[in-house]
Write a protein that binds this ligand. Sequence first.
Ligand code: AMP
Ligand code: ZN
Length: 466
Amino acid sequence: MNKIIFYNTLSRKKEEFAPTKKGEVGLYTCGPTVYNFAHIGNLRAYIFEDILRRVLEYNGYKVRHVMNITDVGHLTGDRDMGEDKLEKGAKREGKTAWEIAEFYTKAFLADMRKLNIKAPSDKYMPRATDYIAEQIELVKILEKKGFTYKISDGIYYNTSKFKDYTKLNHKDLETLKEGARVEKNVEKKNATDFALWKFSPANTKRQMEWDSPWGIGFPGWHIECSAMSAALLGNQLDIHCGGIDHIDVHHTNEIAQSEAATGKPFFNYWMHGAFLNIEGGKKMAKSEENFLTLENAFLKKGIDPLVYRFAVLQTHYRKPMEYSEKIMLNAAKGFEHLKNQVRELGKIKNEQLKIKDKYKGMFIKAINDDLNMPRALAVTQEMLKSDLSKPDKLAVILDFDKVFGLNLSEAGKKSELPKNIQELVNKRYKARENKNWEESDRLREEIEKLGYIVEDIKNETRIYKK
Ligand code: AMP
Ligand code: ZN
């Protein structure tokens, strides 16, 4: 196996990856709360996690990937206050909370397909509502070990009982408490304490509620990930991921619960993706109402959603990424250029083509260095400009695409243009890239004389037969 280096949030260092079981990886990625469409910021996190999974698979690991679906317990304030997001969604749309969960889970799966994000099988995409018994069991263990207490609205975790509470976020406990105080729950013993089980309000019947040793109610948000990762990954607690906003509260609380219950370390590597920002550095968030879905940012505008995947690949996952129409149009152009380069290589032959070691080595070095996809894309360009033969280049790029996930084999297949036309199109592409508009117009005329229509739509060139 090749050496893989990951930046581990737990140690704040780049570390060599070593799984608990040879050749296999247990990967847990916190999934969506299904009360609305995912926004493209959320989707950036899932693309990063998909790249991680693909890199591990490319290195020969068998990856057991679990992604939960949060369909209960996530309140509008991440710290156990406010309304349940699912019940809120149900009111908004005049549906039941169960219907809301079903609808937005399907919408999420459709977004994943459009972005070529590999979905775990049904078993490994557990819904929180399917694991209520396991969550109750875990709370019982914590109760037995003295980590819980009861207040009027639920059973809470006493964070002062867990000695390493700040080990993931590396923050000063007092600063963390300060941040948590906004919530103003006077009954809690410590501001950082969080709900394990919440009671249904006395005079309202919730749509989603269950009986428990403590009374009718529903699980807190964090307990589902502790319970489901244990149920589905067992001892293979290798890598746990999410966006950076999960570090301070959600993941910190998952660690506190699981380690208090088992007495063992909960996941060895923690990896977090940076935000997608908008309007010059503002986090894209549902609560800010500045969010865009895949539908309104790409599909409605006739832009291939894989343009977004390509744009995400161009930024390292730990660096902030900015969204603007202009940035996406540039990405569209870059992606179209890459597809044209692939088209130019011709069709894949039946015989097994040898992958050239030099570029594969450089590629592996890039992707295994904390998922350096911008460098992997640069290696790809270097390979395409090299003196390798066209069939070799094609074999290499299609091999790399196992990690990129850009459907580049389709780019090759779709080209049904005669060779002479394709060559003119490629020349015109280069001319446009060099802003040589005169040459580009001349080539357009030449192509049109040969019976084809050239249409430039938002930096993408489409060619049709007249
Ligand atoms: P949520 O559905 O709110 O639990 O978020 C789903 C995932 O998206 C989590 O991993 C978040 O950390 C991540 N996330 C939320 N907002 C952004 C953003 N603007 N950019 C990147 N990731 C985000
Ligand atoms: Zn989680």
